[in-house]
Design a protein around this ligand. Structure first.
Ligand SMILES: CC(C)(COP(=O)(O)OP(=O)(O)OC[C@H]1O[C@@H](n2cnc3c(N)ncnc32)[C@H](O)[C@@H]1OP(=O)(O)O)[C@@H](O)C(=O)NCCC(=O)NCCS
Length: 180
């Protein structure tokens, strides 16, 4: 059984593990090798310590926890400070561990985060995603509207990004079965 809850102090190491494993699986081949090598547990763990310890109000985080495997997914967003005018919130990151994908964990995390942002006063949100097939397919499946894209030149490698928007988080097109 996989249950969702808000992240708490003590989750940092497990969130960082999922962050690194899922990031490498989805994105390592798309970015320069030096950028991929920089995504490590040693760097992500203190980042998560700071986020959960000091910024939980501005960057609320949800985790999906498997009874046996521990944290297998997470989502973090921000109800304020959208980089795009006309939108209120931002989805910063949503990752599911490679061994637990395509089991609705990402969908459930997205809905938990959307409900949290709406409760915090953000009825809309945007997300900038690197253009991996899983990221684009997921955002489209969750009702994201592509607002635009851009090619970034990172150390000579063209990295494609897409900006997705959710104009009405309270009325997402697909509601999950919330029973785990
Ligand atoms: C994208 C990601 C979060 C999906 O997590 P997940 O738990 O496997 O997603 P779900 O099982 O809830 O899938 C929901 C829907 O998204 C779409 N989707 C998910 N993974 C997909 C993939 N690899 N390719 C195409 N579409 C995909 C499907 O429509 C899926 O519905 P279906 O399984 O009924 O067909 C996961 O692959 C991941 O961590 N990727 C790296 C980070 C990332 O891209 N995050 C999202 C952008 S912020």
């Amino acid at each position: 059984m996989i249950a969702l809850r808000r992240a708490a102090q003590g989750d940092e190491a497990e969130i960082a593990r999922v962050n690194v494993e899922a990031w490498r699986q989805a994105y390592a081949a798309l970015v320069p090798p030096a950028m991929a090598r920089a995504v490590t547990l040693a760097r992500r763990r203190p980042m998560w310590q700071a986020l959960i310890g000091r910024h939980e109000t501005t960057h609320p985080t949800w985790v999906a926890v498997d009874a046996a495997a521990g944290v297998v997914g997470f989502a973090t967003g921000s109800p304020a400070g959208s980089p795009v005018e006309g939108f209120q919130g931002e989805l910063h990151m949503l990752f599911v561990a490679p061994g637990f994908q395509r089991r609705d964990v990402g969908r459930r995390l997205f809905h938990a985060m959307a409900d949290g942002l709406v409760a915090a006063g953000a009825g809309s949100a945007v997300a900038t995603v690197l253009e991996a097939p899983s990221a684009v397919g997921f955002c489209q499946a969750l009702g994201g509207v592509a607002l635009g894209d851009a090619d970034l030149d990172i150390a000579g490698v063209a990295v494609h990004q897409t900006l997705f928007a959710w104009p009405d988080l309270a009325n997402l097109p697909t509601q999950p079965d919330l029973d785990p």
